[in-house]
Design a protein. Structure first.
Length: 168
């Protein structure tokens, strides 16, 4: 029972944070409506969103927030600049292709996080996940290496490190 309350509370806190970020306002109405909405949504969905309540912790939530900040302020910005440079400078090489990238993650949430991070980053798209072979198949705008482990180092390793600490 204690794990369910913890899962419900942390889910509500995360949903409240997302609501406030998307609302873009800290008016009393938004604060109250957001809190009520987050609690209701968490009560309906926490058991779908939280696979193992015993894993929930403030440190995992802090790691997730650290990852999101790094992803949106560093990885995304660098990738957007690279793709924009390639689009605006036709002389820059484009060497598109598909690569096979191994992963070492245990939870479906962790694999999903990495696959989504790759897809949301300009220049790369996850096109398939092979759970049996533990591989992601990624289309990459500029294939520099083709060996699976080197592709992992270039594309997914930093995402995996955060996903493992948050979800595995």
């Amino acid at each position: 029972m204690r794990g369910c309350v913890k899962a419900l509370a942390l889910t509500a806190v995360m949903l409240y944070g997302v609501y406030l970020a998307l609302a873009g306002s800290l008016s009393p109405t938004d604060l109250v409506f957001g809190a009520v909405s987050a609690v209701i949504a968490a009560a309906i969905t926490y058991d779908l969103l939280v696979e193992n309540p015993g894993k929930l912790s403030v440190s995992r939530l802090a790691t997730l927030l650290k990852y999101l900040v790094r992803y949106f302020l560093v990885d995304e910005v660098k990738a957007h600049i690279d793709v924009a440079r390639r689009a605006l400078s036709p002389s820059l090489p484009i060497n598109p292709g598909f690569v096979e990238v191994p992963y070492d993650l245990n939870s479906e949430f962790a694999v999903l996080t990495v696959a989504n991070s790759v897809t949301n980053t300009p220049g790369t798209v996850t096109v398939a996940v092979d759970e049996e072979r533990r591989r992601l198949y990624i289309h990459w705008i500029d294939v520099r290496v083709t060996e699976p482990e080197k592709c992992r180092d270039a594309i997914t390793r930093r995402f995996e490190e955060y996903a493992r600490r948050v979800f595995d």
